[in-house]
Design a protein around this ligand. Structure first.
Ligand code: CUA
Length: 336
């Protein structure tokens, strides 16, 4: 005698688990669980529209299959008949056959059509308009942002609200692939060594949004986090001009940002990754430091490959003033 089959029990359990997890997710609010973050750019809004459209279509298909299935399982159960009894022999049904051909075709056409309608606004929110341009480099293990006036920022991208910024993304040769991902603002875009990719973002609301690296890129991949700060257009212009002057007149400020965003991610003594640098005699030898920073050594990647002279100097100034061991000849007021 074959073992007892309990399809109804198994199916009910599966449906209950699915409903419970969906309810738990929805209970967290409209934007929790499996829902994407509240969109904060025109592109993210369109991605969000596509997401909910696809959720609607797939939910419809799920119900279209599951509801009749459950009804049939209950209604046409065996009711104690022997398992070997044949059911009624049915051949063809023109109406059903037309329906199950046309409905899937219509669903696919809807999905493709809606996507084709939405995608251009994601790729370029304001075609033909002048755009702020920022060069983005994904590097082991930090983000470098370069503005058109020469300002450099590490791990913190500032953007103007209500205007499209064109991000030109890449990674240096010899680095690896990273992926620029600010979930509230846009989908991901890879940064690929030796190639240029593009992302256009038109933020709709001021605020600070999280930035991640969406591609596993090495031991400190999780440290490759940053922020995108969306400012009013006026604040943005002011910041850009102010920052240009600061970086020209006080390179140590950029040096400090480089230290925190680039060096400390591995050389923080608490991490036990790279050797601690405080008091290291190499810091008094700018040429040795430059060589290691540009080319890397051992497990350390060449984090400063392609840095400008100014950027390298900014780091040197910071290292010499804060971490390098005091030189003997610095003490003029000693017994000499
Ligand atoms: Cu860069 Cu992960």
């Amino acid at each position: 005698m074959p073992p007892p089959v309990r399809p109804l029990a198994a199916l009910s359990a599966a449906v209950l688990v699915a409903l419970a997890s969906a309810a738990a997710a929805l209970a967290q609010g409209t934007r929790g669980g499996f829902a994407p973050l509240e969109p904060q750019s025109t592109g993210a809004e369109r991605i969000d529209d596509l997401y909910w459209f696809l959720v609607a279509i797939t939910t419809f298909v799920l119900l279209l299959v599951m509801v009749p299935l459950l009804v049939f399982v209950v209604r046409f159960r065996s009711r104690g008949r022997p398992r070997t009894v044949e059911g009624p022999q049915i051949r063809g049904n023109t109406a059903y056959e037309i329906a199950w051909t046309l409905v899937p075709v219509a669903l696919v056409a809807l999905t493709v059509g809606f996507t084709i309608y939405k995608v251009p606004g994601i790729v370029d929110p304001s075609p033909g308009e002048e755009q702020t341009v920022v060069r983005v480099e994904g590097r082991q293990f930090y983000w470098q942002f370069e503005y058109e006036n020469g300002v450099i920022a590490i791990d913190r991208l500032r953007l103007p609200v209500g205007r499209t910024t064109l991000l030109r993304l890449t990674a240096p040769d010899g680095d690896v692939i990273h992926s620029f991902w600010a979930p509230a603002l846009m989908g991901k875009q890879d940064t690929i060594p030796g190639q240029l990719t593009r992302l256009r973002i038109e933020p709709t609301r001021e605020g600070t949004y999280r930035l991640f690296c969406g591609e596993f890129c090495g031991i400190q991949h999780t440290a490759m986090r940053g922020e995108v700060e969306v400012l009013s257009q006026q604040e943005f212009e002011q910041w850009l001009e102010q920052e240009r002057r600061t970086q020209e007149e006080q390179p140590i400020s950029l040096g400090g940002a480089i230290w925190t965003g680039v060096c400390a991610k591995c050389h923080d003594p608490e991490l036990d990754l790279g050797p601690p640098l405080e008091g290291n005699p190499i810091l008094n030898d700018p040429r040795a430091v430059e060589l290691v920073v540009r080319r890397g050594r051992g497990a350390m990647p060449g984090v400063g490959q392609r840095w400008s002279e100014e950027q390298m100097e900014a780091l040197q100034v910071f290292l010499e003033t804060t971490l390098a061991p005091r030189r003997e000849e610095d003490g003029d007021d000693g017994d000499g």
